[in-house]
Design a protein around this ligand. Structure first.
Ligand code: MD3
Ligand code: FE
Length: 215
């Protein structure tokens, strides 16, 4: 990863406020982070969330790092300082991810949540939704993709608005902010077997978010 941002600027995605840094993490950086993740996942087992109210299981597994983890509960989505399955506090956000936030986030406070989404089967996907559970909507969302390439979809501000898809590959970083922060988005599908980074295959997405407004 570059040490400063003098040589760093995102590729335009066609959406105002959504910047893409293709391959910002090179192979060695991806493998180092994967090793750190694998170690963390030994003690913090990813779990399968269920949709609020319907109780339908998601097609992915999740866990969090940070002071506040994003969780799906029977009565809705929320941020929680503890893991609903093991009742313990979430592990700290790995330093490499805090450095990534500093590099591309351009926000005066650190992230409080790193949601880890594990797309671990060929059927894993994420339906169109908006990220609207954060009070700090002025902060960007920083997303890192690892492993298999996915087909990612971005739409408008209402569910039926026209949308466009593009691919996110391993090492790609997406920064979503400003006028696009509340756009609908989702993961149509994962191109299973397109990368060898994740043992057993699949895609891992790490999403850094500021939840509360800084004091
Ligand atoms: C575009 N995760 O966890 S992260 C999520 O790849 C989530 O696992 C996806 O959406 C994943 O909520 C995408 C990138 C992302 C995050 C927020 C956005 C893209 C966005 C908000 C608006 C537009
Ligand atoms: Fe989202």
């Amino acid at each position: 990863m570059p040490k400063d941002e003098s040589c760093l600027s995102p590729v335009e995605t066609g959406f105002d406020g959504i910047g893409l840094y293709p391959g910002l993490l090179d192979g060695p950086a991806q493998r180092a982070l994967m090793a750190e993740l694998m170690a963390a996942l030994e003690t913090e087992r990813p779990y399968r969330p269920h949709m609020p109210r319907t109780g339908k299981p998601w097609s992915i597994h999740q866990m969090n790092f940070g002071d506040l983890g994003w969780v799906s509960r029977p009565d809705g989505y929320a941020y929680s300082s503890t893991n609903p399955v093991n009742t313990r506090k979430w592990p700290a956000i790995p330093p490499a991810l805090l450095a990534l936030w500093d590099l591309v986030g351009h926000y005066p406070a650190p992230p409080e949540c790193c949601l880890v989404n594990l797309y671990d089967t060929p059927k894993s996907r994420m339906g169109l939704h908006r990220d609207e559970d954060e009070a700090a909507l002025d902060a960007p969302v920083v997303s890192l993709s690892l492993g298999d390439t996915c087909v990612f979809r971005v739409g408008g501000f209402a569910r039926g608005d026209k949308s466009r898809s593009f691919r996110l590959a391993s090492g790609d970083v997406l920064v979503i902010g400003g006028p696009s922060r509340l756009r609908y988005h989702g993961v149509d599908r994962v191109i299973f077997g397109s990368s060898r980074l994740v043992p057993g295959g699949g895609r891992i997405n790490l999403t850094l978010r500021r939840v509360t407004k800084p004091a």
